[in-house]
Design a protein around this ligand. Structure first.
Ligand SMILES: [Zn+2]
Length: 230
């Protein structure tokens, strides 16, 4: 069962269209798996639509001066013409083909979330039990990847200066804060340290805006891996 959801502020920014594509896709993927957030997004979308409508109505009210001569001011256009104008277009709208896309890590094939279908995937790189395929979103310091952890693998204890989103697409992992399953949306800021371990393996969608910094003893030697994961 999903226990970790995006915050209200993130959902609101998602609906307002204020998020970078990477985080927006993360919320869309989570919502596809989470009826609770789906419902909240629908409600927020309705509120935004209403607010926009009220704003536009108020805006127009300020400019439309009722001179009692409204009909004469209307352009001479018949209802049929209006419908023709609306419906005439040379554009052919291709039906969206929802072909499933797959990605294979360690001989295991996964169906990609449909929100990622149109994104370019880079080559897969491996370090130990970790594999990473970068999503080419061109968002400067924000890096987005699919991260696969083989059974028994993990990420050494680390922290980051920026944020780190981990969205579990398949499998499960544990860290000092708990157990995470498919669909869990884990957003950490720089003041968190953690050490995820996946007993049975997992596939995650990750977004981070800074390299990971390994914090403990010998793990500091692993800091190049921090850049690898980021
Ligand atoms: Zn949710």
């Amino acid at each position: 069962m999903i226990k970790h959801h995006p915050t209200f502020e993130l959902l609101k920014s998602f609906v307002d269209g204020d998020l970078p594509a990477s985080l927006s896709a993360g919320i869309a993927i989570h919502a596809d798996m989470c009826p609770t957030c789906q419902h909240q997004i629908a409600q927020l979308t309705e509120q935004v639509a209403e607010a926009n409508f009220e704003f536009e109505a108020a805006f127009l009210d300020r400019f439309i001066v009722d001179d009692g001569d409204d009909v004469a001011d209307m352009p001479a256009i018949s209802f049929e013409q209006m419908i023709d104008n609306i419906t005439s277009t040379d554009e052919i709208i291709e039906p969206t083909v929802n072909a499933e896309k797959h990605i294979t890590f360690n001989e295991q094939s996964y169906v990609l979330p449909s929100a990622l279908n149109n994104m370019q995937l880079g080559k897969t790189a491996h370090v130990g039990k970790l594999s990473r395929a970068r999503l080419q979103l061109d968002e400067d310091e924000i890096h987005t990847s699919l991260l696969h952890i083989e059974p028994g693998g993990g990420v050494p204890e680390h922290t980051h200066k920026g944020f780190e989103l981990t969205l579990l697409l398949d499998g499960s992992f544990d860290d000092e804060n708990g157990h995470y399953e498919k669909g869990d949306f884990i957003m950490l800021s720089g003041d968190h340290q953690h050490h995820p371990i996946s007993a049975d393996g997992c596939l995650c969608y990750t977004v981070a805006n800074d390299a990971l910094h390994f914090t403990q003893g010998i793990n500091k030697l692993l800091n190049p891996i921090g850049s690898f994961i980021y």
